[in-house]
Write a protein that binds this ligand. Structure first.
Ligand code: SF4
Length: 262
């Protein structure tokens, strides 16, 4: 995936001009973050692209740890897209329905049975019924349209049920090795605190990061920023004293200035 391709996928929006970082400053920030988090990588557990896209869909507005707690049972019961797409039929069989009774069920009845079955496994996650519904529809499209495979294409990915911009970028980056920047809550917060972006939303932040970061480091930096947001630059109380990039950080400079003035 080229810079032009990700930019083409990015609508223009209200990105304000971030402060200008020199190439040396950017390199120093990225190097320091990599030093702080040498193992920064996707923390979701998965063994193939099907499991990856399912795990990323499940991770919306919840932690990777919570997702990792439910996916072993989910993947054991539904090891591939076809099995997940047929969750409703399997649930009907497990309830003892005869073949003619299953055939008599409407598509919506089967879908509801599948949603109930998947929900039982993932009920500890937020929005579990919506996620269950999306996963069943996603599995159906993957099975019927892509032979059970996950497409290596942004437009095809975002057309899948339950797959938005962030999920598509994570799948392209982690699953297919493309250079992508997926902006979640951590990337959004940290990038705007540092001053890499001055943006009101994730799209504008993605735009700003693509503008200033070298494309060859997009995916690695995406993980570095997530780890920094999780383990140092936390939402409520950033640990600026331990932060190796404080000298470059707008938020830190402003906080320091406010302390000195008060
Ligand atoms: S100095 Fe503080 S606010 Fe800035 S990136 Fe580091 S932890 Fe976050």
């Amino acid at each position: 995936m080229t810079k032009q391709q990700q930019k083409k996928n990015t609508p223009k929006n209200n990105t304000k001009k971030a402060r200008i970082f020199t190439q040396e400053e950017i390199k120093s920030v990225l190097d320091s973050l990599e030093e702080m988090y040498p193992d920064a990588d996707c923390e979701l557990h998965f063994e193939n692209l099907f499991q990856l896209i399912v795990a990323v869909v499940l991770s919306a507005q919840t932690t990777d740890k919570s997702v990792n707690r439910v996916t072993p049972d989910l993947f054991q019961k539904y090891p591939n897209a076809a099995a997940l797409a047929d969750a409703g039929r399997r649930a009907a069989e497990e309830q003892g329905l005869a073949e003619d009774e299953i055939i008599a069920l409407s598509k919506e009845d089967l879908l509801e049975l599948g949603i109930d079955a998947v929900s039982q496994i993932i009920h500890t996650l937020g929005m579990y019924r919506t996620k269950s519904r999306n996963l069943l529809k996603l599995a159906r499209v993957l099975t019927d349209t892509y032979g059970g495979n996950v497409p290596d294409d942004y437009d095809k990915l975002v057309a899948l049920p339950g797959v938005g911009r962030k999920t598509a970028n994570v799948v392209l980056s982690v699953g297919f090795g493309h250079q992508r920047i997926a902006v979640d809550t951590h990337v959004f917060r940290v990038a705007n605190r540092i001053g890499f972006a001055h943006a009101a939303d994730v799209l504008a932040t993605e735009n700003a990061l693509m503008e200033i970061l070298p494309e060859s480091r997009w995916s690695r930096t995406h993980h570095s920023l997530i780890f920094h947001g999780r383990y140092c630059c936390t939402a409520r109380k950033p640990n600026c004293e331990q932060c190796k990039i404080s000298q470059y950080c707008d938020y830190y400079k402003k906080t320091l200035q406010n302390h000195e003035e008060s």
